[in-house]
Every structure is written in structure tokens, then in C-alpha cells.
Design a protein around this ligand. Structure first.
Ligand code: BG6
Length: 508
């Protein structure tokens, strides 16, 4: 059987931060590893006029020094085409350039929309009109795929509109909606941990789990001129609606019948459909939004959000979001799910904590000087909190580890229990760094493996949830914007998401 010609990758928005800092290093690494086997060529498209040499120098300048060796593999396969994807004549020039690459029309083509979201639809329309998306039924070599970056719409309505538009010009199997969190090794391992091991799943439900918390904490603020994008987006839409709900869906989905894309995605959608935002009367307490004021990150003074360059002085955009919600399924009903994300927090970490229930009777750790009866009464009334010994912590980044905490008897004459931990660390175990998310996802898109990409209805379900919070924040003055000093863990009100003895937020 003759081998397929090298694939052709077109990156629209080729001069942008994402293209230079994430996509090119990922492609360089794939090129250096000889993946996918047929190889590929890259055309960068953006409006600025420049030649290939200038574009290559720009990419090189943005690379980490350790990526330079890999870059030498990719460099000769990268060219640049000045052009505007909304102009038919520029798309025609792109078609001619693609045809002139090895394999011409018979090569598979991956169009990566690393563009401003308001250009997504126009880009697809123009590519379609130029015949660049046409694919024959069952075609395996001359495939045509489109990777759509986030944000996928800005609410449910716009996401539906974008999905409809894509489906006017493309078959669903040609659409790759990207969420880079799904490319992270530790995120993929969530399914592995749950469904390969028999010991966790019997406990993975409302009978044994008291609470689930997910944090994505960042030290970053508005570096690299991101304010214009960010101020239109905010913490809820930028991180929670997409990355965090994806992680949550993997933690809470039912086991799929197979690893086929449809089987996995169907279970993710089912659980996202069952996700319930706080009731209107609980919104002020259970959905907190805030923005940072000036402060210090690692001893370095940083401005407040409103002082950041490019942020309007009357901005109402949140840089922190925390929400307590529930999943109305037989498995999860009544289990609080708390989600928190913020910029300019004291340290960067992403983590999932599954907190298990306490034993029904507390035999240990009675404080000195109180009777058994008093101990029981205090525990029952919540005046004393039972220790939560069993927490499973999945550290997604920067630590890539799994830790299970439990109690052990402290050596000595009395029965006093002390905390202990079983832990696993990816780097220690495999002595290797996991591949960056974009590398895995680009490879999957090139070989036509859609499991780690989103289906349209997954995104719509996530927007339904985010829209409810946005609407509540807009409608009710009680849901006012709060403030937190940069370098702190967010506003105090976020601690009220934990009730009674449920505990508190992880510090990573
Ligand atoms: C992006 C957001 O999708 O994810 C950024 O737009 C955020 O605001 C980034 O900083 C975080 O990604 P990671 O992989 O560094 O956690």
C-alpha cells in the first residue's frame, strides 16, 4: 500500500501568542519524534506582511532553548502566507499554496483556527466556498479537518449558532473543538484511575463521597497583553465553563462501555446535563466572583486588575470565581461540588480532591477532659468536627501526582490516630516529563482521533451552567463583585462555600 503524503497544517492567527508559544513548540516536538509517520508541512497565515525567514526567526525567538534542536527538524517545513481568511482572494492564494506542497490536493489538511472568535464563522465560510473543506465519504488520505480554539461562543446561544454554522459547512467528524486540558496526561489519567482500578469505583458515589473540590489557581495576571481578551471573558468563561467542567465531567461521569469517542463523550454530556447551578436564593452565598486589587506575588509588587494596562476603569469582569453546585444523578445527588479558579493567587496549582465520608462512629481522638457522651453530643451538633482522614488528591499540575490520605495509629500507649499519605508521582515513577497538552492534541487531530476533543453538545451543556451564573450576577445586586488582594487566596466569602464541618479550600 502506498504511504500517505505528508499532512498539511494551516495555522490561522500564525503570529499570535498561542501559535508561537504553544502550537509551534508542539509541532517541533512532533517533527523531531517523527510523528505522525507521514510527516507534515505547516503554513502560517496572518495579516501582517512578512517573508518565511522573518516568520521562522519569530518562532525561533519565542522558543525555549531546549526546543531549539526539535525546531531544526520543523524549520524547513514551515512557510508563511500573508493573508486575511475573510478575503476570498487570500483564501484562493492559500489554496494554490497548499496545492503546491508535496501531495497537493491528495494530502490530508488540518486547518487550525487560532483566531479571534468573531472570525471563526467567516473563516469556515470562506474555506468552504473555496472548496477547501470538501471531503469524499470514507476518505482516509485526503481528509479535511478544522480545529476550533476556545472560546467556543460566549454563551449558550452563540455556541449553538457556531455549532450550527460549523455543521452547515462540515461534517461533525471534521470538527475538532479543542480544550487543551484534555491533552494533559494527568487529566487523561482520571479515567484510567477510575476505570482501570477496581478499588475506587465502588466508593465513587454519594454513599461514600462527602464532597468534591476542584481548584485551578494561577499566579498569572494580565501578562503578554491579554487584558483586551480577558476583560471580555472573565474567570467563569475563561476557565470554569470549559477546562474545569471538563475535568469535573471526567471525575463524575458514568463508566463508558468502551473507549470509543462516542461512548466517552456521551457519558460526559450526560453528567454535564445533570449539573445544577445554585438555586437563585443561594446564589449570593454559593457563587462568588471577585477581582484582584494590587498586592504581591512571590514578593513582587503587582497592580490591581483595574490598573492593568488595557482594562477599562469601570470593568465588571471577575478574575476569581468560586461556586458550590450539585449533580442531580443517582450517583451524585446531594454531594456538594465546589469549584474555584482565580488569577493572581499565591501559587499555581490545579487539583481535584475527592473527600470521603467519615466513619459512622468516631472511636478515636476524643479531646482530653470530656466524657464519651459529651464527645458524641458535640460531634452530632457539629460543635466538634470529626477529622476527614480520607481524601484522594489528584494533582494535575505543576505537581503530577496522586495522594490518598488516611489515618494511622500514632506509636504509643494510647489510641491516637495521626494523618498518613500514600502517594504516587508521575516523574518519580516514569522518570520523564509528560508531553505538553498541545502536542498530544495536535497529534490526535492529525491522525483523526477525536476522543480528546469536545462534542458540540458538551460545550452547550457547559454554557447552560455558566449562563445561569452570569444571569444571576447580572440580575441581582446582592451578587456583587468582591475584591481580594493579589497574592491571597481570594475573598473570605469563598470560604463560606464550605458548610459546617465540610472543611476548606486546598492550598495545593
Ligand atoms: C487558557 C486561559 O485557556 O488556559 C488562560 O485562557 C489560562 O487564562 C490558561 O491562563 C491556563 O492553562 P494552563 O495549561 O497553564 O493551566
Amino acid at each position: 500500500m502506498p504511504s500517505s503524503p505528508p499532512a498539511q497544517i494551516v495555522i490561522f492567527g500564525a503570529g499570535g501568542d498561542l501559535a508561537l508559544r504553544k502550537l509551534m513548540p508542539a509541532l517541533a516536538s512532533l517533527a523531531a519524534k517523527g510523528q505522525p509517520p507521514g510527516g507534515f508541512h505547516v503554513i502560517g497565515v496572518a495579516r501582517t506582511k512578512k517573508d518565511d525567514a522573518t516568520y521562522r526567526a519569530e518562532i525561533k525567538a519565542a522558543l525555549d532553548p531546549e526546543a531549539l534542536k526539535a525546531w531544526s527538524e520543523l524549520e524547513p517545513r514551515v512557510t508563511y502566507l500573508p493573508g486575511d481568511v475573510s478575503k476570498p482572494e487570500d483564501v484562493k492564494a492559500l489554496a494554490a499554496k497548499l496545492d503546491s506542497l508535496p501531495g497537493g490536493k491528495n494530502a490530508g489538511r488540518l486547518y487550525y483556527l487560532s483566531l479571534k472568535p468573531d472570525l471563526f464563522m467567516q473563516a469556515v465560510t470562506e474555506l468552504s466556498k473555496a472548496g477547501l473543506l470538501t471531503v469524499k465519504e470514507g476518505e482516509t488520505t485526503a481528509w479535511r479537518r478544522v480545529v476550533v480554539e476556545k472560546p467556543f461562543g460566549h454563551d449558550l446561544k452563540s455556541a449553538i449558532e457556531l455549532n450550527n454554522h460549523l455543521h452547515t459547512h462540515l461534517k461533525e467528524f471534521q470538527v475538532y473543538r479543542i480544550d487543551h486540558y484534555l491533552g494533559k496526561e494527568t487529566v487523561q489519567n482520571i479515567m484510567g484511575l477510575r476505570f482501570h482500578n477496581a478499588i475506587f469505583e465502588p466508593l465513587w458515589n454519594r454513599d461514600h463521597v462527602e464532597m468534591i473540590q476542584i481548584t485551578v489557581a494561577e499566579e498569572l495576571g494580565m501578562e503578554r497583553g491579554r487584558a483586551a481578551y480577558y476583560d471580555e471573558t472573565g474567570a467563569l468563561s475563561d476557565m470554569l465553563q470549559n477546562h474545569m467542567l471538563q475535568v469535573l465531567s471526567l471525575v463524575t461521569m458514568e463508566p463508558p462501555a468502551s473507549l470509543e469517542p462516542q461512548a466517552v463523550r456521551a457519558q460526559k454530556v450526560a453528567v454535564l446535563d445533570a449539573l445544577r447551578p445554585p438555586a437563585a436564593e443561594d446564589m449570593p452565598r454559593d457563587a462568588v466572583r471577585a477581582r484582584y486589587t494590587k498586592g504581591k506575588i512571590s514578593d513582587k509588587a503587582v497592580p490591581g486588575y483595574l490598573e492593568e494596562e488595557g482594562v477599562p476603569k469601570d470593568s465588571q469582569t471577575e478574575t476569581f470565581v468560586a461556586v458550590r453546585c450539585e449533580i442531580d444523578t443517582w450517583r451524585w445527588a446531594g454531594v456538594p461540588i465546589v469549584l474555584r479558579h482565580g488569577k493572581r493567587l499565591p501559587k499555581r496549582f490545579t487539583e481535584v480532591q475527592v473527600q470521603f465520608r467519615t466513619p459512622p462512629v468516631q472511636l478515636f481522638n476524643k479531646p482530653d477532659g470530656i466524657s464519651d457522651d459529651e464527645f458524641r453530643r458535640k460531634l452530632r451538633n457539629g460543635d466538634l468536627c470529626q477529622v476527614r482522614p480520607n481524601v484522594l488528591t489528584l494533582s494535575i499540575q505543576p505537581k503530577e501526582s496522586i495522594r490518598l490520605s488516611f489515618g494511622v495509629k500514632r506509636p504509643g500507649p494510647s489510641m491516637v490516630m495521626a494523618p498518613a499519605v500514600l502517594s504516587f508521582d508521575y516523574q518519580e515513577a516514569f522518570n520523564t516529563h509528560t508531553a505538553p497538552a498541545y502536542e498530544r492534541l495536535l497529534l490526535d487531530a492529525l491522525v483523526g482521533e477525536p476522543t480528546l476533543f469536545l462534542r458540540g453538545d458538551e460545550i452547550e451543556a457547559s454554557w447552560r451552567f455558566a449562563d445561569a451564573l452570569h444571569a444571576a450576577w447580572k440580575e441581582n445586586p446582592k451578587n456583587a463583585m468582591q475584591e481580594y488582594e493579589a497574592g491571597t487566596w481570594g475573598p473570605d466569602s469563598a470560604n463560606e462555600l464550605f458548610h459546617g464541618c465540610e472543611g476548606g479550600w486546598s492550598r495545593g
